[in-house]
Unconditional design. Structure first.
Length: 225
């Protein structure tokens, strides 16, 4: 796992370094206009989009390792041409593929070392909100409950500030699952009631099954059944 993590972080670092060389350095050499045009033309957004779509195809097939490779290529292309929102999208996908492969440390590092810095740089609050949710999910899977609670809470704060009801419900559900894992069932039950009330307030049924499944893990309901 340590080797895999090293390669993942190293690859992302190389992406940034190569992109910087291709997009900045040529402009410091005014006497080579033709070379500049050739270098920049190779960094086409269409390449990134193609790689991203291939990554999505592999993801749908459950081929997460292959999907990770193509999302990584897409991240490189987007970063190279300074399409930082799309770069963030590809990073999120990379982290999620690591998550699906149970590479929780790698999934965490992509978010902490690259994605959050990218979203902070471009001032994307929605990007940060989604990154916080991803980290909450990663830490929950890795049984790092304190960190999971912190990031789900940060997601909820941003969701409230932005008026994003669905993301706020997601944060409350995440907190509920973290409380279930640490066996704080009273808090978990309170969180689930809040998530249910919030979902009803926006007339959304999409959380019903998740709330029901979470409640089934509460000892009080297990005893009743």
């Amino acid at each position: 796992m340590r080797t895999s993590l090293f390669l993942s972080v190293l690859t992302l670092s190389c992406f940034a370094a190569i992109a910087q060389n291709n997009t900045v350095a040529p402009y410091d050499m005014p006497g080579h206009g033709t070379a500049i045009n050739i270098a920049v033309s190779k960094l086409d957004e269409a390449d990134g989009n193609t790689y991203f779509e291939e990554g999505l195809d592999y993801e749908k097939q459950g081929e997460y390792a292959e999907a990770l490779t193509f999302f990584g290529k897409a991240a490189f292309e987007y970063n190279a041409i300074k399409k930082f929102q799309r770069y963030g999208d590809a990073l999120m996908k990379m982290s999620n593929m690591h998550y699906n492969l149970a590479h929780y440390l790698e999934a965490e590092q992509v978010m902490l070392n690259v994605a959050i810095k990218n979203y902070s740089k471009i001032g994307s609050r929605s990007g940060l909100m989604n990154a916080y949710q991803q980290l909450g999910k990663i830490y929950l899977a890795g049984n790092r409950i304190t960190e999971s609670l912190w990031f789900y809470t940060q997601q909820g704060i941003l969701a409230q500030q932005m008026g994003n009801n669905h993301s706020y419900i997601e944060s409350v559900l995440g907190i509920a699952m973290a409380n279930i894992k640490r066996k704080d069932y009273k808090l978990a039950e309170r969180d689930l009631k809040r998530a249910e009330w919030l979902a009803n307030s926006i007339r959304s049924k999409q959380y019903s099954n998740r709330i029901r499944d979470a409640r089934s893990q509460l000892p009080s309901l297990k005893k009743r059944s």
